[in-house]
Design a protein around this ligand. Structure first.
Ligand code: FAD
Length: 368
């Protein structure tokens, strides 16, 4: 008899398994894949190079609680991600910053001059509701076309005018020369990789792990008191309100007989090629090796569900599932797929820690 049956062995499921096991609960965590760590899974490929199976995962957070929590299971390697975009035959920093503008326009503007320059290009949009509005409102049409339109179209197969503002609002515009992709307080990679960190999280004797298993095949066979579901919420309810749409990605890995392929971790291709970006893992992991592995990302609508598509009509369908979920006793939904939300790893950890506190409170109330 398990206290908790947890579906999904990514961040959402593993954090809850670890917390609850430490409280003395008996846990069975099930995943249909043949490995732990969910989308953060990394491993050494046949060439001996550490790669991320589901695309580059860079850890960053402003939450001291999340960083401290994960630090129990890993040491860290400081790493600040930098991204260049291939635009007009040049490689320029993205998010757009002072260097980007000066390189693109062959100018030598100062910070305050760039601010004026961008203000002169910006076209006020009111209200700002779509991803197109966000960018044009901030930097105008020309930079929108160069950096955002094609990339967004490839990534989502939708024009930015058809997508919620939240998608492009994630990418800021800077007037200084800070070329880091993220500005969070904590930016680091697990020193021995994500999978190793998960192994430590899940090493408690109260946690049993079952891989290669679709939970539907075992849920009625394994006695349990409560269930935590981190897979797609629509799947749990047999798509009764219809299928929630996701974007997926085909990853093409290539190992090259050279020490380094590109000058930075990721290069974006906003207007050329069918892929959106190329990432070279050795920048992220710091691994020393005479060869190097890169990954090309080709967005697609088929395949594993990766990105919930942030559109009003999808949110409305999700709200129906959420209502049903709230009415389903002894089942909790969490994680990117369980709550149909575009969360980063740290946000999922924070969400699961919050759910853990809620579960503890509920059981204290029940005991009173
Ligand atoms: P997942 O990691 O997806 O885990 C869910 C698990 O549930 C999966 O392992 C799945 O196999 C399992 N499952 C589903 N259905 C069933 C079933 N029926 N039976 C059994 N098991 C099931 N975040 C960052 O912070 N930084 C980044 O740089 C970053 N880069 C990303 C790049 C890509 C290409 C993608 C797709 C995501 C990226 N993310 C990044 C987001 C990050 O992957 C997620 O925040 C995180 O993985 C979410 O964890 P999760 O546990 O909610 O979901």
């Amino acid at each position: 008899m398990y206290d908790f049956l947890i579906i999904g062995c990514g961040f959402a499921g593993a954090v809850l398994a670890e917390r609850l096991a430490k409280q003395g609960k008996k846990i069975l965590i099930v995943d249909r894949r043949d490995h732990i760590a969910g989308n953060a899974y990394d491993y050494y490929n046949e060439d001996g190079i550490m790669i991320h199976k589901y695309g580059p995962h860079i850890f960053h957070t402003n939450s001291e609680e999340v960083f401290k929590y994960l630090s129990q299971f890993t040491e860290w390697r400081p790493y600040e991600h930098r991204v260049l975009a291939s635009v007009d035959g040049q490689l320029v920093p993205i998010p757009i910053n002072l260097t980007t503008i000066n390189k693109l326009y062959g100018s030598n503007l100062s910070s305050s001059e760039v601010k004026e320059f961008l203000a002169s290009k910006a076209e006020a949009r009111k209200p700002v509701t779509t991803s197109e509005d966000v960018v044009i409102n901030a930097v105008g049409k020309e930079l929108y076309e160069k950096f955002f339109r094609g990339y967004t179209k490839k990534q989502w197969d939708l024009d930015p005018s058809e997508l919620d503002a939240s998608v492009t609002a994630r990418v800021p515009t800077r007037t200084n020369s800070d070329d880091r992709y993220f500005t969070d307080t904590f930016q680091a990679m697990p020193k021995n990789g994500y999978t190793e960190m998960f192994r430590k999280m899940l090493s408690h004797p109260n946690i049993h792990i079952m891989l290669n298993t679709n939970y539907k095949d075992i849920v009625d066979l394994i006695p349990h008191t409560k269930l935590i579901f981190t897979g797609p919420i629509d799947h749990y309810f047999d798509f009764c309100f219809g299928k929630l749409p996701y974007r997926s990605i085909n990853f093409r890995f290539e190992t090259l007989d050279q020490h380094q392929h590109q000058v930075t971790g990721t290069i974006n291709y906003p207007t050329s090629n069918l892929y959106t970006r190329i990432t070279e893992f050795k920048h992220l992991t710091g691994q020393k090796h005479s060869r190097t592995t890169i990954v090309y990302e080709y967005p697609t609508s088929e395949g594993d569900p990766y990105y919930p598509i942030p559109r009003k009509e999808n949110q409305e369908v999700y709200n129906q599932y959420k209502k049903l979920a709230d009415e389903t006793p002894d089942v909790y939904f969490t994680g990117r797929l369980g709550t149909y939300k575009y969360y980063n790893m740290d946000q999922v950890v924070a969400q699961s820690l919050a759910l853990f506190r809620k579960i503890v409170k509920e059981s204290e109330n029940a005991d009173q």
